[in-house]
Design a protein around this ligand. Structure first.
Ligand SMILES: [Zn+2]
Length: 348
């Protein structure tokens, strides 16, 4: 059986829209709601939420085979307001593995608790070259020396408070999405690219009038970047959990932006050998271009479920993302390969 056709314009368009919705961990509800709205067009799916706020889409199928699950996350790196400084600027507390040099000079939105959105940018506190000269290079890029300069008239703590900003308010970095020659360049392709892969796989099957070979739960996670996204929300009758998350591209890695990768091992350990074998056989059968790889500083929502006591086989696949947790990039070929592998698994 050949795989259904993928509408690549739809895939990229959906991804760009999702990338442009700010969703740092803890503040991911707008992105969850957007995915929920998109999936509501498929009458095959029953949509529910966990108490934690994750989205579950169940595609029920008459089958003797036990159900399976797929997970991908919409939450991203970000920050919260830690302190309002005496000069009216903000100190931030980072969410997930953000490193300050990767966001220096980036634009930010501060989502104030009174409902106002306040624009700003992230700078080192010795930013002016005409004041600090060469010394600027010596300033550590750390929590104490990076600040948010607000595009609002404030020179004091009181004036910033008057804008409505409070400690704990969300700060979201601009994704800066660009699509050129099939490349998609943006922050937070981790893991919005893979959410787009899952949605595109569902759409491709639905449009072709095809169904999975067994009941499937699609788990759209909202707490992955802090390590416990899929620790709950996967039903106990599920036999396999396919985690769909980015592959690491860069020096020493086998992965690239034009293929999908099967991760054999990451910092959290080794994935399920039997499940890996099954996925590799499906990739061979459907000519899905894939690599295998090992990731150094990486853990996944599949492992989060394992650590929470989940008794399932877990595997991890995803498109290659260059410069991950930085200004990321991937290519539509990697996205298509990933979507095809997901469909091969669902139909297999
Ligand atoms: Zn991720």
């Amino acid at each position: 059986m050949s795989l259904p056709a993928i509408n690549q314009d739809y895939l990229v368009d959906f991804l760009v829209k999702l990338l442009n919705i700010p969703s740092p961990t803890g503040f991911a509800e707008p992105a969850i709601a957007f995915v929920e709205q998109e999936l509501s067009q498929f009458s095959q799916l029953q949509l529910t939420r966990t108490r934690k706020g994750a989205l579950i889409a169940k595609w029920e199928v008459e089958s003797d085979l036990p159900p399976v699950a797929l997970t991908a996350h919409v939450d991203t790196l970000g920050a919260v307001v830690k302190e309002i400084k005496s000069n009216g600027r903000l100190r931030l507390s980072r969410i997930g593995g953000v490193e300050w040099p990767t966001v220096e000079t980036e634009g930010v939105w501060i989502f104030a608790s009174n409902g106002e959105n306040i624009r700003g940018s992230i700078l080192v506190d010795t930013a002016s070259g005409h004041i600090y000269g060469q010394d600027m290079k010596q300033t550590p890029r750390d929590d104490d020396h990076m600040e948010v300069r607000l595009d609002a008239r404030t020179l004091s703590k009181e004036e910033t408070r008057a804008l409505g900003i409070r400690i704990g308010d969300c700060a979201a970095f601009d994704p800066r999405v660009e699509v050129t020659n099939g490349f998609i360049r943006s922050r937070h392709l981790d893991d919005k690219a893979c959410v787009a892969n899952i949605v595109s796989a569902i759409k491709s099957l639905a449009d072709a009038g095809q169904s999975p070979s067994r009941t499937v739960y699609f788990h759209i996670s909202n707490y992955e970047e802090v390590g416990h996204g899929a620790s709950s929300g996967i039903p106990p009758e599920v036999a396999e959990l396919l985690t769909v998350d980015m592959a690491v591209v860069g020096h020493g890695q086998e992965s690239d932006e034009f293929n999908v990768t099967l991760c054999i091992k990451d910092a959290g350990g080794v994935y399920h050998e039997g499940f890996n074998k099954k996925l590799r056989a499906l990739a061979e059968q459907h000519a899905v271009p894939y690599k295998t790889d090992v990731y150094r500083y990486y853990a996944s929502d599949g492992e989060a479920f394992w650590r929470a006591g989940g008794d399932v086989a877990v595997a991890l696949i995803g498109p290659g993302i260059d410069a991950s947790h930085n200004y990321e990039r991937t290519h539509v070929d990697g996205l298509v390969a990933t979507t095809n592998w997901i469909m091969a698994y669902l139909l297999g």
